[in-house]
Design a protein around this ligand. Structure first.
Ligand code: PHE
Length: 378
């Protein structure tokens, strides 16, 4: 018997293969100006047009970029559904070569125009926004090719940086997890470790410090140690932070932190952070649950950016209403944690059950007009 696998070509990453079955559409294209691979993954438009940021970063190769886009876009579907938005999940990824510096000047402009064309080609099925490696100024450039873009600069009529709202939503989630674990949402005196002091982590640390938390922080960039000093936080090496004795661990850097190996070594009661795709594998949620570590699903915690962008740009709500909706992330997480505790399952499982039910319910006559932010321009 010939080996049947030899007819199938190289074995793709098992996770990609499983995840790809769920996606409505995956476009892999070469930007005509930049020559870069641009991937757009539309996971679901069941609730409305897919929404998700555009990530620009180095990858081992275009397949790794596709894998990331598939995982991130799926998480966006759960994120939007659980946040109560009439939106689906998608993501754009621009694949830079390993070790490449962030493109600047005319190269960057060419790249973002290529992203704009890729978004425009989807004719409203996917709306982009900022993500790791992009910001409002990039969205202005995307906006020269398509209207399907969130978080342009305020000068260009957008709602600007999504980082502060993501941080504020995370604070609401931290408080909800504290209430669940310790019976009070007061974080004063809680030992909280924040990994990653970028725009979201930085604001988070300032807010938690002001609320009296006992902070331990880390960042791969030693230049950010200054912030630790400013807020009176203890600074440790990034690889030490997750294994430090903590009440709560807050991952606020790039994904994949929670490997099976690290899951066995965490020394905290709960994990609640805005980094996307924290689980290196689905089984890690179960490992953490067995060890009694409560993992707040990242796709619930990190919804502040999209909640505010939709409230401001599609629903034309004032900043105060957007902030109330962002604070609602705490209520959503509390409900997920209650479901999970009642059924003795990982919060990830409880959240997915809820999210899948919301998405499945969309087919039942909800139509295009359901809920807030369903209007599609263009
Ligand atoms: N980076 C954001 C997220 O992962 C994506 C985003 C923010 C998209 C704001 C649109 C508007 O949720």
């Amino acid at each position: 018997m010939p080996d049947p696998s030899s007819t199938l070509g190289p074995t793709p990453d098992a996770m990609v293969e499983a995840a790809a079955l769920e996606h409505e559409r995956v476009v892999v294209t070469r930007g005509r100006r930049s020559g870069r691979t641009v991937v757009v993954a539309v996971h679901s438009t069941a609730l409305g047009p897919a929404l998700g940021g555009c990530r620009v970063r180095p990858y081992a190769g275009w397949r790794a970029g596709v894998a990331d886009a598939l995982r991130l876009s799926q998480a966006m579907t759960w994120k939007a559904a659980l946040a109560g938005l009439a939106r689906g999940g998608g993501k754009a990824v621009v694949v830079l070569p390993p070790g490449a510096a962030a493109p600047a000047g005319a190269d960057r402009e060419a790249l973002m125009l290529d992203v704009g064309d890729a978004v425009a080609d989807l004719r409203g099925a996917y709306w982009t926004g900022p993500d790791v490696g992009t910001g409002p100024a990039d969205m202005d450039v995307v906006g020269r090719r398509t209207d399907h873009v969130f978080c342009r600069t305020s000068a260009a009529g957008g709602s600007g940086d999504s980082g502060p709202a993501t941080a504020d939503g995370t604070v609401a989630a931290v408080r909800a997890l504290a209430a669940h674990l310790f019976g009070t949402d007061d974080v004063a005196g809680l030992r909280i470790g924040v990994l990653g002091l970028g725009s979201v982590g930085g604001r988070l640390v300032r807010t938690l410090a002001a609320a009296g938390a006992d902070l331990v922080v880390a960042d791969a960039d030693p230049g950010r140690r200054v912030l630790a000093g400013e807020v009176g936080a203890r600074w440790v090496a990034p690889d030490l932070l997750p294994v430090t004795d903590l009440d709560l661990l807050v991952p606020a850097a790039v994904g994949g932190l929670l490997t099976p190996e690290l899951a066995g070594r965490l020394r905290c009661a709960g994990v609640v952070g805005p980094a996307n795709n924290q689980l290196a594998g689905e089984e890690v949620a179960t490992t953490l649950h067995r060890r009694g570590v409560v993992w707040a699903p990242d796709y619930v915690v990190s919804a502040g950016g999209i909640v505010r962008a939709v409230a401001r740009e599609l629903d034309a709500q004032p900043e105060s209403v957007a902030a109330e909706r962002v604070a609602g992330i705490g209520t959503t997480l509390a409900a997920v944690l209650r479901d999970a505790a009642a059924a003795d399952v990982p919060p990830h499982q409880a959240a997915l059950t809820r999210a899948r039910a919301i998405v499945a319910g969309a087919g039942a006559g909800a139509g295009a007009g359901a809920g807030a932010g369903s209007a599609v321009a263009g």
